[in-house]
Structures are given as C-alpha cells and as structure tokens.
Design a protein around this ligand. Sequence first.
Ligand SMILES: NC(=O)c1ccc[n+]([C@@H]2O[C@H](COP(=O)([O-])OP(=O)(O)OC[C@H]3O[C@@H](n4cnc5c(N)ncnc54)[C@H](OP(=O)(O)O)[C@@H]3O)[C@@H](O)[C@H]2O)c1
Length: 319
Amino acid sequence: MSSAAPQTVLITGATGTAGRATALALRDAGHHVIALGRRDPGITGITPVLGDVTKPAVLSATIAIHRPSAVISCLASRTGAPADAWALDHAANLALLEAAQRGDVAHFVLLSAICVQKPRLAFQHAKLAFEAALQASGLTWSIVRPTAYFKSLSGQIDRLRAGKLYLMFGDGQLTACKPISDGDLGRYIAHCLRNPARQNAILPIGGPGPAITPAEMGAALFDALGLPPRYRPVSPRVIGTIAGGLKVAGLFHKGLATKAELARIGHYYATESMLVWDAARQCYDADATPEYGTETLFDFYRDLAAGRVVLDRGDHAVF
Ligand SMILES: NC(=O)c1ccc[n+]([C@@H]2O[C@H](COP(=O)([O-])OP(=O)(O)OC[C@H]3O[C@@H](n4cnc5c(N)ncnc54)[C@H](OP(=O)(O)O)[C@@H]3O)[C@@H](O)[C@H]2O)c1
C-alpha cells in the first residue's frame, strides 16, 4: 500500500509516549484516527474508543464499526515484568492481529524495540514471539524497532539539579545509542502507511547521529543546567549481583522474581548499546544504525533545563 489517500487507522497505546506521538503524526498527515484503550488520550481531532485491548470481542467490535484499513500497535507492558509483558506485548497484540485478520485490515504496524535483536529478557522474548506471528499473518506488516527514547535518557536531571553526582556504568563509554525524539518516531511510524520501503520490513531506527555515550549525555546535562560536571562510576557488576541475588530469592517469593527481572533489565541497558548488532562481527555498529529526523537529545536537555518541556517518564523508569 503506497497510496497518499487518507486512511482510517486504528491505534492502540495512544496514551503512551510513542503512541501519542504517532497518533498526532497520523492526524497531522490527514488520516482518520481511532484510538482504542482504557483511557482517552485527549487528542483533538482523534476519535477515542474506551475498551479493554486484551479482549478479542472489544477488538473485533471496534474494527467492525470503524473499518480501519490499517492498525498500529504502540501497546506495551508499562513495567516489562514477565507476566505483564506476555499479556500485553504478546497476547494482546496477537488478539489485535487476529481481529485485524477477521476484519480485513490490510496493514499492521508494530512498535517494537531494537533490543530484541539480542534477546535475554522476558519482554524481548514476548515481543519477538509476536513479531514472528505478525510476519506469518498474511497482512502487510511493518515492524519498527527504535533505539532509545529521550525520556529514558533524561531521568537523572532531577538528581543533578539537587546537586548529586551523575551515575554512569564503568567509565560511561560501555554503551552508545542514537536517541530518537517522540515526534520524529511518531512521524516515522505514521509514514509506514505511505512508504512501500517500510512495508514487510523490520525497521531499526535511530534519531540524528552521531551515536552518543552515557558520559557524553552526562556532560551535556551538566552543560544544559550550567553546573560543573561531577560523575560517580558504578560497576555494572553491582546491578548484575543484585539481579542474581534476587533471582535466587525469587524462587521462593513471586514479588522478588519480578524485582529480579527489573534488575536484569537495568543491567541489560547498562551493558548493551541501542544500535544495530552486527552478528558476523559480534559488535554494535553505529554506522549501520539508520537515522531519521531532526530533533536531538542535547536540544531536548536544553529545553528540559529551561523548563520549556516537562519530563513524563511513566513507569518505564528502569529503561
Ligand atoms: N523507552 C525506550 O527508550 C524505548 C526504546 C525503544 C523501544 N521502546 C519500546 O516502545 C514501546 C512503547 O514505549 P512507550 O514508552 O511509548 O510506552 P508507554 O508510554 O509505557 O505506553 C504504553 C501504552 O500501552 C498501554 N497499556 C499498557 N498496559 C496496558 C493494559 N494492561 N491495558 C491497556 N493498555 C495498556 C498504555 O495505556 P495506559 O496509558 O492506559 O496505561 C499506553 O498507552 C515499548 O514496547 C518499548 O519497549 C522503548
């Protein structure tokens, strides 16, 4: 499908960070947008439908009434905890896909994550299982795997404002990423509907380069706040040891098993880059990581420091 004609598009997850930006971009591109979820995203010009996205009957009824030609899922577990991840990132998406098939939807766009290329965590396996189902579905599909979001790289600003040190793993050079802004990501996802090159394709996507490290992010945050840079290196082994201890304790206590997974998520992001993984060379490849958009993390830091934007990290603080 490459028509420039406006489409009716059903989106789930439009109350989340990426979903809201995508809904706005769809609306601004002239599409008729239906947002299904348990809350109204409150976006002018978008039709909200309140309903449980995990219930097949709700999904089928919404598709039967509104007859979308495309579905975009920005649905995701808010915690990344295993049961929630399988319930949302896999089961709810599968129910949505099946409803889309029954309702003759032509195109299904999935918001996934670049980290599924090296899966070690429950939510990554849940996403991959759904990615496989989508590719086998017979619908036109687009799987968007973004790098890191600005909100996930800005969480320390309040610590620094309070005079605390910037925490970084190792020397702050262990990982790198090409962060993508909400607005650029939303426009990238929305354009999957009109760009044939983004159809039946897995699409790793970052923001404008070059790739940046946590050490550079710390320096830019201090600079934006007009404060002298002060860092505290933390060994990734510390969080790895905590995760290991919680895993053992989790054998006896369900709540601790969830905490163990969250610690493992923290360790993953402390040690893995959000860039395209070169399996042949066994390394991340910044040059091979596609770039899109114009908005930069360091401009965002300046806007945050000046109070021109407000940070809403939701429940993904661990990411
Ligand atoms: N953070 C990053 O740096 C990053 C990088 C790359 C990829 N990603 C991926 O991008 C995706 C979206 O991330 P995001 O930060 O935009 O997510 P988010 O802000 O947490 O939004 C999640 C969306 O899913 C909905 N949802 C969650 N649980 C639900 C439930 N039980 N019932 C109904 N709706 C539910 C939420 O609705 P409510 O508002 O009603 O809760 C919300 O609309 C995730 O898959 C994430 O892995 C993230």
